[in-house]
Design a protein around this ligand. Structure first.
Ligand code: PHE
Length: 335
């Protein structure tokens, strides 16, 4: 009678579908008021002879049931673990079109390429300060006070003749004041002017270049060679031309044009139908500059360019201001 009563618990264990059910069964069979406790209690009324037989049987079933229960629990736990792992699995090979990665801003990327070229030509990279004094930014560059050429670079002033630098040329002065010739340097960095239209922003970036030869043997031909080579490195197969121009700190001075990258020199809206695009200013260092930094019997060339303008021409960007709007949709195109 009691054996068949226990029989159903063997079936219950086999049929249990989860760990909670196994626990319920354990309490129902082995608990204080469980089936086994009840059966053992019933023994009291049996004869001594029966007692030992019943006890033996009950104990056999007790350990057999416990064994079944433990086995079933292990099986169910394993199944549950596997199910959980399947549910939480991450497919590392899955391609997600939404994954977003950062990239260099086109201005920085362009600046890096410029630096890369001149580094390969043995030019050292120098940095000045964005807040400059009047001497470095103007005076030593042959731009005396009240000289009308200062108007071209009207800018933001602090008191005590301090200002946000209008160009990277003061780094020429800083470098010459702190080192002896020869010098081969470039100076990339931010500059500031009071301008705002489709080709100007109040903050933009320039790369300055300066070469000073201690033997005084630098010529315009050296300048022409390196700039032509550099512009072909940046823009590919373009024509380069030098136009006479004026900068207070170089003499002679030139502006350098490349054949229009949009229309290949045929004439379009971007190049105002001229077929040419102006890309940098340069010249032979004016003797007054060397005098200001107390250099004697030297010669040199200098050049300066706007990085945003280069980035616009390389990436065919129409409005310079869009480079500073932080518009991810626009910037993503240049990754
Ligand atoms: N500093 C000049 C500018 O900002 C560029 C330049 C640099 C020209 C060096 C000649 C030599 O316009």
């Amino acid at each position: 009678m009691w054996v068949s009563l226990l029989r159903e618990w063997y079936d219950a264990i086999k049929e249990a579908q989860n760990v909670e059910r196994v626990e319920e069964i354990r309490i129902a069979v082995f608990g204080k008021k469980g089936v086994l406790a009840v059966e053992f209690a019933k023994m009291k009324s049996a004869s001594d002879e029966e007692k030992s037989k019943i006890a033996q049987d009950l104990n056999t079933h007790k350990s057999a049931l416990m064994n079944e229960l433990t086995q079933r629990k292990i099986v169910l736990q394993t199944l549950e673990l596997e199910a959980n792992m399947r549910a939480e699995a991450i497919d590392v090979s899955m391609y997600s079109s939404r994954s977003e990665s950062g990239a260099l801003h086109p201005v920085m990327e362009t600046m890096d390429r410029i630096v890369e070229y001149f580094s390969s030509m043995n030019f050292a990279v120098k940095t000045g300060t964005m807040v400059e004094d009047d001497f470095n930014n103007f005076e030593a560059l042959n731009l005396p006070k009240y000289h009308p050429a200062r108007d071209m670079q009207d800018t933001f002033y602090f008191k005590d003749e301090m200002l946000l630098r209008t160009h990277t040329s003061p780094v020429q002065i800083r470098t010459m004041m702190s080192t002896k010739p020869p010098i081969r340097m470039i100076a990339p960095g931010a500059v500031f002017r009071r301008d705002y239209d489709i080709t100007h922003t109040p903050m933009f970036h320039q790369v300055e270049g300066l070469l000073v030869d201690a033997q005084g043997k630098v010529s315009f031909a050296n300048l022409k060679f390196i700039l032509e080579d550099f512009l072909k490195y940046m823009f590919g197969d373009v024509d380069v031309r030098f136009r006479p121009s004026f900068f207070p700190f170089t003499e002679p001075s030139a502006e350098v044009d490349i054949s229009c990258v949009f229309c290949k020199g045929k004439g379009c809206r971007v190049c105002s139908k001229t077929g040419w695009l102006e890309v940098l200013g340069c010249g032979i260092v004016d003797p007054n500059v060397f005098e200001a930094v107390k250099y004697e019997n030297v010669s040199g060339y200098a050049f300066g360019l706007g990085v945003e303008r280069f980035a616009m021409l390389i990436h065919h960007i129409g409005d310079l201001r869009s480079l500073f709007e932080g518009d991810i949709k626009l910037l993503e195109q240049f990754q």
